[in-house]
Design a protein around this ligand. Structure first.
Ligand SMILES: [Zn+2]
Length: 293
């Protein structure tokens, strides 16, 4: 009798406990995953918190133009499958003081390595360089406060690396309707959906560059793809895009800082740019941010 009562309690008790645990840890209406409290438990600190000043905005526009200019200087007329060093995609990086630190171009052809996107090379080469130069420095293995300016919206691989290195922000020079949007997906709050997720930690701010060339490129690609398909890297080898990148390069070269604190930053970045060789010069993996040797 006692045993039977215990069994009955055991079954109901177990069911009660399971129900309670589900409701607490993420059941259909639970504290961690439910509709009633969907947005109360996702840590807001996981979302990006980039709040640029007007002077920061100016440097964001300047470095966005510089990214186009870097690609233009090493323009590839064909794709890597036809012998090109890489796709016409490139990136520059600035530190928390808005000072230029690094540039890199997509080099998947030259390295025969499909991971060698411009942003990957920026991050790995810069961090390798920092580790070599400062072997005893602690805490220099992340990119907190740094920003990457890249000519095409980052892919999932680069977005993942940006996220895990704690990058502050990325500003991109063209939307990629196919492979872009990865950072937005990581930050998307689907916790209200069955089996959904809170935003991934260490959100990276991401936005289309506030320069005319960026919106022109988006419109140009939308028109081009109507008759040429959706290969955006092929689009990036066309003469019309090259001409637009030349225009962006001219805007970069003519750029004058409106904020006094940006004057030296602009001059320094232009000096670096002038040292970049014309055409593609292979740089060994892990060495000096694709800077000239
Ligand atoms: Zn990428």
């Amino acid at each position: 009798m006692i045993l039977k009562q215990f069994r009955t309690f055991g079954l109901f008790g177990a069911a009660f406990i399971v129900t309670f645990m589900l409701s607490w840890f993420g059941g259909s209406d639970g504290v961690l995953g439910g509709q009633a409290h969907a947005n109360t438990h996702c840590d807001p600190a996981n979302l990006p918190n980039y709040q640029p000043s007007s002077a920061d905005d100016e440097m964001d526009r300047f470095y966005a133009l510089m990214a186009y200019a870097v690609v233009y200087k090493r323009w590839q007329d064909s794709s890597p499958s036809d012998g090109a060093a890489g796709y016409n995609i490139g990136s520059v990086m600035a530190n928390e003081s808005n000072q230029f630190v690094c540039w890199a171009c997509n080099s998947v052809g030259a390295t025969h390595n499909s991971t060698q996107h411009g942003e990957v090379r920026l991050m790995t080469n810069y961090l390798n360089q920092e580790a070599l130069n400062n072997p005893s420095t602690e805490g220099e293995f992340h990119l907190q406060g740094y920003k990457i300016y890249t000519t095409l919206q980052p892919c999932a691989m680069c977005s993942g690396m940006m996220t895990l290195t704690n990058l502050e922000a990325t500003i991109y020079g063209q939307t990629d309707p196919s492979y872009g949007g990865a950072l937005g997906r990581l930050q998307y709050n689907s916790s209200q959906d069955p089996g959904g997720y809170c935003p991934y930690p260490r959100g990276v701010y991401h936005q289309l560059a506030d320069v005319k060339v960026a919106s022109i490129l988006d419109d140009m690609y939308a028109n081009w793809s109507k008759t040429n398909g959706t290969d955006i890297t092929q689009f990036l080898t066309t003469p019309q895009v090259q001409a637009l990148y030349e225009e962006a390069t001219n805007q970069f070269m003519a750029f004058e800082a409106g904020f006094a604190e940006n004057t030296q930053l602009v001059a320094y970045a232009k000096q670096i740019y002038s040292d970049i060789p014309d055409g593609y010069v292979p740089t060994p993996y892990g060495v000096a941010c694709d800077l000239t040797q």
